[in-house]
Design a protein around this ligand. Structure first.
Ligand code: NDP
Ligand code: MG
Length: 383
């Protein structure tokens, strides 16, 4: 039985992970579940999955949870608890599916504690890739990607050596605003942005997909996960989301990963690796496919993607700055406090003003993250 700590168990990735654990309950047990404030959902999950520990990171919600919970799991409250539970003896594998930079510290602690690691949270690698990779190398930890594109690349690279890779072709659906002009993007609403054409995900990643910032984050994520230079990672819009990414080898062969758009496939592979088991997802019916299109991304309209590529190439602490500014601007857009195009304008200004330095420590990243957030808020309130 593999004991799993599911950080972010109430979210989109978290609940789909619980689906996989339910289907394979003879092989997996969720020894830890953790969320921010969804206490009713946590209580439901606790009743069904019988974890040994439950984390609620929001203090108020944690107090309320203690009033309603009558089970016998350990209950831990506060963000620091995420980094504590990952070290428990009854945890073999940590699945990090919290949203935002909150994932960074628990990821580092899971690696240091010698746990297996499945990573959904892309902000962790974007902001702290240098630190995470350094620790992973030191502790011989394989980072199992959950993000569908990275799982696709990971799967396409099984049995291949690094030297044979010519480039990574990272596919993007293009999001709900594919084909829109910059002027049109300035007018869209939150409801419009939540209508992703092919994937059903949490609000932050859905919005990042609408601005294509998500694809920028994923280029940086791919750089760290697979050790490939930025010039060898190409973004291609594949509107049907049937191809989840491809790897081109030096001999001209291209390996692609295809399948239905169901996150339970990459989640399960991150847990079952190197094995494959039956999954709850449906199979592709190729006879129903009418077309398979490939387009270049529109870097003029989707400035977020351009900025993320610039930050990735510049390296150092700039991706951390960019990520922090984006997290703040996304929250503002979701609260109807700015336009969609104010997101990239804010990120750009924060990147320019904070600049970049070599990555040295977690404390340094935390300080830069906080400074970038404060500056982004300031820019957004000044309007
Ligand atoms: P959701 O918003 O659906 O869920 C986020 C989870 O994290 C919830 O359990 C939430 O708890 C918890 N959480 C939120 N804030 C905090 C916090 N400050 N401290 C601790 N826990 C917190 O997100 P997704 O599942 O969509 O995404 C999770 C991560 O996976 C993101 O980094 C995303 O980019 C990545 N990802 C997601 C994909 C998807 O299909 N959804 C695809 C690829 C990557 P609560 O419910 O209490 O708020
Ligand atoms: Mg993805």
């Amino acid at each position: 039985m593999k004991e799993i700590a599911v950080l972010g168990s109430t979210g989109s990735i978290g609940t789909q992970t619980m689906d996989v654990i339910r289907l394979h309950s003879d092989l997996f047990h969720a020894s830890v579940i953790a969320a921010h404030k969804s206490i009713d959902k946590l209580r439901e999950q606790a009743a069904e999955f019988h974890p040994h520990a439950i984390v609620i990171t929001d203090e108020e919600a944690g107090k309320k949870f203690l009033e309603i919970y009558d089970g016998d799991a350990d209950v831990l409250i506060g963000e620091a608890a995420l980094s504590e539970v990952v070290k428990r003896d009854d945890v073999d594998l940590v699945l990090v599916a919290v949203v935002g930079i909150t994932g960074l510290l628990p990821t580092l602690e899971a690696i240091r504690a010698g746990k297996e690691l499945a990573l959904a949270n892309k902000e962790t690698l974007v902001a702290g890739g240098a630190l995470v990779l350094e620790e992973a190398k030191k502790h011989h930890t394989l980072i199992r990607p959950v993000d569908s594109e990275h799982s696709a690349i990971f799967q396409s690279m099984i049995g291949q050596d690094q030297k044979g890779i010519h480039k990574i072709l990272l596919t993007a659906s293009g999001g709900p605003f594919r084909g829109r002009t910059r002027e049109e993007l300035a007018q869209v609403t939150v409801a419009d942005a939540m209508k992703h054409p092919t994937w059903n995900m949490g609000m932050k990643v859905t919005l990042d997909s609408a601005t294509m910032f998500n694809k920028g984050l994923e280029v940086i994520e791919a750089h760290w996960l697979f050790g490939v230079d930025y010039q060898d990672i190409e973004v291609i819009v594949q509107p049907q989301s049937l191809i989840h990414s491809m790897v081109e080898y030096v001999d001209g062969s291209v390996k692609a990963h295809l399948g239905v758009a169901d996150m339970r496939i990459p989640i399960q592979f991150a847990l079952s690796y190197p094995h494959r088991w039956e999954s709850p997802a449906t199979q592709v019916d190729f006879t129903q496919m009418t077309s398979l299109e490939f387009l270049d991304p529109d870097l003029d309209a989707f400035r977020c993607l351009t900025l993320a590529l610039e930050a990735g190439r510049a390296g150092g602490t700039l991706p951390c700055v960019m990520n922090a500014a984006n997290e703040v601007a996304v929250a503002a857009f979701l609260a109807d406090a700015c336009r969609l195009t104010d997101i990239d304008a804010t990120v750009e200004q924060v990147m320019e003003q904070v600049g970049s330095e070599p990555v040295e420590s977690l404390e340094q990243l935390e300080e830069i993250d906080a400074r970038s957030r404060a500056l982004a808020s300031d820019i957004l309130t000044r309007g």
